[in-house]
Design a protein around this ligand. Structure first.
Ligand code: IRO
Length: 314
């Protein structure tokens, strides 16, 4: 491999030694899992979406793989935000990469409380505010409600001391992209991450004639191969609609260097891995990184800036 190829990137003013890192969700809930990410080739450590208090999450089975991806209805199991805030010190001492905390309060008030409480924690590089958890019964996704999104962002930027980005659900209609982009452009966001799982899909087992996960009568968020075209569309649309200073982070259907290449071509400044990380473990970051470097080397690209967003129309 040509050492002159770099897959380094910059998000929220911080250098990531690799543009590839984990999606919030799989294997990033415990200190051991977060340390494993620190030791791996992942370019950053991103924690599981945190709530104000520790949660057990939904009943099991709540995550199932299929040949084309995954369905989950985890229901936000996590240790509570103070646990992830405390890990920041360990991350800063041990690893030369950013530590990003995902925050997903059960109410606007909880989000404000957590973001306020994190201020002053210099070892948290940035906050990814999750506006798109599809799996908590009775809690609609804020990202599908433009006015709620505007409301929470107004409040967040009154208190936030860290760079803040948002994790968005997938959108499917052009006016919806435009309405969201107009709101997002009104705030000093550092990044948007596209996409969370495609909410409320249904995977069934025809032999058992049943659903495959227990919560919500089998409905859950879909990830993996299934969602790559939707993820690419969301990355591309937001890359074209958002102001230049808001980086787009791609997430959805990434299991190879070519998938990451496609996300970057659509405009992603970094690429997260979810379902494939769950399947393969931390080795996926080095493998996908090598594959991406090989593609770049073959095409004569020395860094990701040389092709980021340069998708051609016909
Ligand atoms: O059920 C979950 O914990 C979950 C969350 I917070 C999310 O943002 N996306 C997802 O697919 N599952």
């Amino acid at each position: 491999m040509s050492s002159s190829v770099s897959i380094e990137t910059k998000i929220a003013g911080a250098v990531l030694p690799s543009c590839l890192y984990n999606a919030s969700g799989p294997l990033c809930s415990t200190e051991d899992e977060l340390h494993a990410l620190g030791k791996s080739a992942a370019g950053a450590i991103l924690s599981k979406s945190a709530t104000r208090e520790k949660r057990q999450g939904n009943e099991e089975p709540r995550y199932v793989e299929t040949p084309w991806g995954s369905i989950n209805s985890m229901g936000l199991p996590n240790e509570g935000y103070e646990y992830y805030a405390a890990f920041a010190e360990q991350a800063a001492a041990a690893y030369d990469k950013p530590y990003i905390m995902s925050v997903s309060g059960l109410s606007h008030e909880d989000n404000i409380h957590m973001i306020k409480a994190l201020s002053g924690n210099k070892n948290v590089t940035a906050i990814e505010l999750n506006l798109s958890c599809p799996n908590v019964p009775g809690k609609p996704q804020t990202g599908y409600d433009p006015e709620q999104t505007r409301y929470i962002l107004d409040k967040v930027f009154e208190v936030a001391e860290h760079p803040v980005g948002v994790k968005l659900p997938p959108y499917f209609d052009i006016p919806h992209f435009e309405a969201m982009a107009e709101i997002l452009n009104a705030f000093p966001l550092s990044f948007v991450t596209c996409i969370n799982s495609v909410g409320n899909g249904l995977v069934i087992d025809p032999d058992r004639e049943s659903v495959v996960i227990k919560p919500k009568s089998g409905f859950g968020g879909i990830g993996g191969d299934f969602v790559k075209p939707t993820a690419l569309a969301n990355v591309r649309k937001f890359y074209t609609l958002l102001d230049e200073q808001i980086a787009v982070i791609g997430c959805g259907g990434v299991k190879s260097g070519m998938d990451a290449f496609e996300h970057i071509l659509c405009g992603a400044s970094a690429v997260q891995v979810g379902t494939q990380y769950m399947r393969e473990g931390t080795n996926c970051f080095a493998r996908i990184g090598r594959e991406l470097e090989e593609i770049m080397s073959r095409k004569g690209y020395k860094d990701i800036g040389s092709f980021k967003g340069r998708l051609k129309d016909l």
